[in-house]
Design a protein around this ligand. Structure first.
Ligand SMILES: Nc1nc2c(c(=O)[nH]1)N[C@H]1C(S)=C(S)[C@@H](COP(=O)(O)OP(=O)(O)OC[C@H]3O[C@@H](n4cnc5c(=O)[nH]c(N)nc54)[C@H](O)[C@@H]3O)O[C@H]1N2
Ligand SMILES: Nc1nc2c(c(=O)[nH]1)N[C@H]1C(S)=C(S)[C@@H](COP(=O)(O)OP(=O)(O)OC[C@H]3O[C@@H](n4cnc5c(=O)[nH]c(N)nc54)[C@H](O)[C@@H]3O)O[C@H]1N2
Ligand SMILES: [Mo]
Length: 769
């Protein structure tokens, strides 16, 4: 049914995930970097002791084994960063900013690495070179001119090293604010909020070894074949030894169906592949809480039929609170409601519940299909509830696994990039550095956009990332940035955020993970933390493209020194040797004592996790079963108030050829989409129901009650195997459709996986009008 003759340039992918297709794709990225031999040497150092941490995803590796540890998309990330092409003063002399704005996101990043500091000149509409000192002085001048430190926004993307992030938060707090919008606000925020209340830590509780001992691994709302390819290996091993891998996804993602390992020659020659999942359920978008609640209902029924056969009463009695209220909430959720909201039949949910009950040790993994929803926090608490009922926490082979995105997004939070920092952390800073730290909560990403739109915030500094494109409601976000007195982007590659200029604008080019970072004290290593709370060192391997580029810690220190002098530390002395920064981290952040010493251990060290030891750092000192009611409706009240009925619910997701807003190519191999990104995937039945034909161009509108028109134009309708009523399209092209105040309850994360839309046949040929 997924093969539609009317779909132009659309051919379903018949191969296994990874395998030959992956190798072809890596070879292309590698040759295209213009320095293939250097990069091969670098690739072999990816995720190896003495090498660098892969700048791709945050999946961790087994610290013990010495196998080559990179995947197709990690290789693409390395080659993309380690290119010989330079975006220098000559480049900016050739193109005006208006000209650059007319180019695609793919074209912009493809031009190469940013190699010198630049300042936007509005008169000529060009970027002109500026010295580092003048750039730092300009930032200090703007920051000092503010009425309050709270009028500046300090964004962080998740590639910043622990050292860069720690210095950044120290500078910003010494300057006087907690305004730390970050990519995590759009990513796993809900996991942190939910798990802190449930089990007292905002991180996952499992380590790599747990995957080897698990009897069932549940994968909810995640597409590891594309976004965490190294995760396919432990999943495959699990299936091989007879464990269950149970997937929940409205799309039958190829990476979750069949898998062929690209480093296993024999398997590739025979083109063999093994099933990766043992059960695949296709819930409706946003329907996971109902699925999980239904599973809990089955467990409760079986427990009542044979008391003591299902729940782990000893664990619940010793460790948990809230069981009675929780079971009352389970009883109060009726099957009609559960079926309607989940998109699954009771029999399917029972099957999932049986797989769960029959497994002695269970891990639950999830990513953006769970977190980017209005009801994400309660859904994640339901995941925790299910695990707690059977004591699936704090023992080998069992636990919670929010699979993180950016390679150091978890580390950045550990280092204090947090608009709502814990009091204990602020106390430690205050004690160590002897200044009064700001205590009032700062802005998250959506708050920051609103503050800039209202003129309450006037300076934006981005430590990495692409704020203009990653955020929701693009035209509004662009306006917010353009209203600023100063925008500063600390970046490796050119992107649309550099073209969305404030009145004054700077580009500060930085070193990436792959580059050698030389300081007064010699070549420096930085550190990162993976999804399993393992901290390890990363050593750049390649000669930087230009001596003008600086490391992120050096840039942060330069800004800090220009703005605060030597308060509260001698910034440039810290930069000479990053061990000095790590000493400060060891002094102020739990788990990092003897940091420099412990780093020497190959594979790094484990930060520890209280919940994994069954110590509950919650307000009541217990693990909490939380009896949230099932949402009455998934449709936001503001959509209902718009007065229109949605044609479809849209999720915005990643193709196989992109890293967030970085577009490596225009194909989405596993989904069979080639050479185009302005597509919307809809079921053949829905295309007929709505009166269109596959291949037709449509304009997409989203529903909200504030009178703003949100639309993107000229998207090609592709008939696709997706449940009825559910559509999918790529991020960031569809970000203009996500309303700024459509956010998760308690997480404030934009609801990128649930956008109520209507379609209309296209009249014009421009994408955005
Ligand atoms: N190559 C590559 N690697 C990456 C990234 C990248 O862009 N490219 N990005 C990194 C980052 S920052 C992140 S956060 C992660 C993202 O990793 P993922 O979360 O895997 O990324 P998405 O493409 O957003 O995919 C969401 C998946 O959830 C499913 N889904 C959507 N809504 C629902 C729902 O309501 N219920 C269920 N059960 N499923 C749903 C979608 O069909 C899709 O398979 O990957 C990281 N790694
Ligand atoms: N609609 C929709 N929106 C989403 C999502 C979605 O699924 N749907 N996902 C959300 C998620 S999960 C995330 S994490 C955010 C991502 O948001 P961001 O992290 O802000 O975006 P990226 O696209 O990862 O940033 C890419 C840019 O980072 C810079 N860069 C790359 N490496 C480095 C480095 O080492 N140092 C520095 N300083 N800069 C570097 C380059 O200039 C590059 O252009 O997007 C969110 N937005
Ligand atoms: Mo993310």
């Amino acid at each position: 049914m997924s093969l539609q003759p009317l779909n132009p340039r659309y051919k379903p992918y018949r191969g296994a995930a990874a395998g030959w297709g992956a190798l072809r794709s890596v070879a292309h990225a590698w040759l295209d970097s213009k320095q293939p031999f250097k990069n091969l040497r670098a690739l072999l150092k990816t995720n190896q002791h003495g090498g660098f941490d892969c700048p791709g995803c945050a999946w961790g590796d087994s610290p013990e084994d010495g196998r080559i540890k990179f995947c197709e998309n990690g290789a693409k990330a390395v080659n993309w960063e380690a290119t010989k092409r330079a975006v220098d003063a000559a480049f900016f002399a050739r193109y005006s900013v208006s000209q650059l704005r007319g180019q695609s996101d793919y074209w912009l990043e493809y031009q190469g690495r940013l190699t010198e500091p630049m300042r936007y000149d509005a008169t000529s509409d060009h970027y002109l070179p500026i010295s580092w000192d003048a750039a730092f002085a300009l930032i200090a001048e703007h920051l000092q001119a503010l009425d309050s430190p709270n009028q500046a926004e300090f964004y962080t993307s998740g590639r910043a090293s622990n050292e860069a992030a720690y210095l950044y938060q120290l500078f910003v707090r010494a300057f006087g604010t907690n305004n730390f919008p970050d990519c995590s606000n759009m990513c796993h925020e809900a996991s942190g909020v939910a798990l802190s209340q449930s089990v007292g830590v905002g991180k996952g509780t499992v380590t790599f070894a747990d995957f080897e001992h698990s009897d069932a691994i549940f994968v909810l709302g995640q597409n590891p074949g594309t976004n965490h390819p190294r995760m396919l290996e432990p999943l495959r091993e699990a299936v091989q030894r007879g464990a269950q891998v149970v997937c929940f996804n409205p799309l039958k993602e190829r990476g979750l169906e069949r898998f062929q390992h690209p480093q296993h020659a024999l398997e590739m020659l025979s083109n063999g592949s093994e099933p990766l999942n043992t059960a695949f359920f296709r819930p409706a978008l946003g329907g996971d809480m109902a699925v999980l609640r239904g599973m809990a209902k089955c467990l409760l029924q079986w427990e009542r039929e044979a008391p003591g056969s299902v729940f782990d009463h000893a664990f619940i009695a010793a460790h948990c609170s809230g069981i009675d209220a929780y079971l009352a909430a389970v009883d109060a959720s009726d099957w009609a409601h559960i079926e309607a909201q989940s998109g699954l039949r009771q029999a399917e949910i029972e099957q999932a519940a049986r797989l769960y009950r029959n497994a002695e040790r269970v891990i639950m993994c999830w990513a953006m299909g769970i977190t980017q929803h209005h009801h994400s926090v309660v859904t994640i608490q339901e995941i925790a509830n299910l695990l707690l009922l059977r004591g699936n926490l704090g023992r080998p082979g069992a636990g919670l696994c929010p699979v993180r995105g950016h390679s150091n997004v978890q580390g950045d939070r550990t280092m204090g990039i947090n608009e709502r920092p814990a009091a204990a952390f602020l106390d430690a800073l205050e004690q160590r550095f002897k200044f009064q730290v700001p205590r009032a909560p700062g802005h998250n990403t959506v708050d920051a956009i609103n503050a800039m739109l209202a003129g309450r915030s006037k300076v934006f500094i981005g430590l990495g990332g692409n704020f203009a494109q990653a955020t929701p409601d693009s035209p509004r976000t662009h306006q917010a940035l353009q209203q600023c007195a100063l925008t500063v982007q600390i970046s490796t590659k050119l992107n649309r955020s550099h073209l969305t200029c404030g009145r004054d604008t700077l580009i500060l080019p930085c070193l990436g993970r792959t580059d050698i970072d030389r300081q007064a004290g010699g070549p420096q290593a930085v550190t990162v933390e993976d999804s399993f709370s393992m901290v390890h060192a990363s050593h750049g391997q390649l000669e930087p493209l230009s001596p003008q580029m600086r490391s992120e810690p050096a840039i942060v220190a330069g800004i800090a020194q220009a703005c605060l002098g030597k308060h509260p530390v001698d910034w440039s002395a810290l930069i000479a040797d990053y061990e000095r920064i790590r000493e400060l981290i060891a002094d102020t952040i739990p788990g990092f004592s003897d940091f420099n010493q412990r780093l020497k251990h190959p594979g790094g060290f484990y930060l520890g996790n209280a919940a994994a030891e069954r110590r509950w750092q919650t307000a009541n000192g217990r693990a909490n079963l939380i009896g949230n009611p099932l949402p009455v409706s998934l449709l936001h009240a503001k959509v209902q108030q718009s007065g229109a009925q949605p044609d479809l619910i849209l999720q915005t997701l990643r193709s196989h050829d992109q890293y967030n807003t970085t577009i490596y190519g225009l194909d989405d191999r596993y989904r069979g989409v080639k050479g185009q990104r302005d597509v919307i995937l809809v079921s053949a039945e829905d295309i007929r129901r709505l009166g269109f034909v596959a291949g037709q161009k449509v304009d997409i509108f989203s529903l909200w009650d504030d009178g703003h028109e949100r639309r993107v134009n000229n998207f090609t309708l592709l008939a696709f195997d997706t449940p009825q009523g559910q559509a999918a399209a790529y991020y960031p092209e569809t970000n203009p459709l996500v309303p700024l105040d459509s956010v998760g309850v308690g997480s404030h994360t934009p609801t990128a996986k649930f956008v109520a839309i209507r379609l209309r046949a296209s009249q014009t040929s421009a994408r955005i009008v």
